[in-house]
Write a protein that binds this ligand. Structure first.
Ligand SMILES: C[S@@+](CC[C@H](N)C(=O)[O-])C[C@H]1O[C@@H](n2cnc3c(N)ncnc32)[C@H](O)[C@@H]1O
Length: 213
């Protein structure tokens, strides 16, 4: 994430977006955090400013926020705990627009399985916050079919993540251990990576391949 000359557009983080302060990326990285305007208002009150860091208060589904991100450079888009709350149509519009807007990049999202989506209305934690999931995917790799330049890279069960296991509260760790005993449950929340690159024609320099230019 910190390497290179990449703008970083990302969704939300459980650590209330203090990640930019923890990572402290070099000045070559332009970092953007996006959430609803009320949440961004709170973050502005709670967190100090940081160089090359912009907070965007907008729903992610109003894609005009993308106009704030510099074009012509690769991006890394991280959406944490966001995709399951969007409809599949909104996720598709978001991913395809990001690929259409930037020359190259990586997209990291977490997805719920169809089962987790369908049963989310009974999830006690989601009920407590008056919300539920609005999409789920049997095979997240198939999202790459949405755009010819989008490529699936890999995925991992969220409940198997050593980092999450290390940092999650005891009750969540217990739940993850239980989920990992059953393959269907283990695949219910997955961290998924995609990448996109310029199409073959865009690699050409004055009509020639770069190595012959
Ligand atoms: C479950 S929290 C996720 C927080 C954290 N990233 C995580 O992984 O747990 C969902 C976050 O997504 C934000 N969110 C949900 N729908 C959104 C939308 N349409 N546009 C922007 N932010 C949204 C919420 O405000 C909240 O900060």
């Amino acid at each position: 994430m910190t390497a290179g000359n990449h703008p970083v557009a990302r969704g939300q983080s459980q650590r209330v977006a203090d990640r930019v302060h923890r990572i402290d990326p070099p000045a070559t990285v332009e970092w953007f955090d996006l959430d609803y305007p009320t949440i961004i208002g709170l973050r502005k009150q709670l967190l100090p400013p940081h160089q090359h860091y912009t907070l965007i208060g907008s729903t992610v589904t109003d894609l005009t926020w993308l106009d704030r991100i510099p074009r012509g450079r690769p991006v890394l888009m991280i959406a944490e705990g966001l995709v399951p709350y969007l409809t599949e149509t909104a996720v598709r519009r978001l991913l395809t627009r990001v690929v259409d807007t930037f020359p190259a990049g990586q997209i990291q999202i977490d997805t719920a399985s169809v089962w987790a989506w369908r049963t989310s209305k009974w999830d006690p934690t989601l009920r407590k916050y008056g919300t539920q999931f609005h999409c789920g995917f049997r095979d997240p790799a198939a999202l790459a079919d949405w755009h010819p330049r989008l490529e699936y890279v890999d995925e991992a069960p969220m409940s198997d993540s050593p980092v999450l296991m290390d940092k999650a509260p005891a009750n969540v760790r217990r739940m993850y251990r239980l989920m990992n005993l059953l393959p269907g449950m283990k695949r219910s929340m997955r961290l998924v990576r995609f990448r996109f690159q310029p199409s073959a024609g865009e690699h050409r320099v004055n009509g020639r391949e770069p190595d012959s230019a």
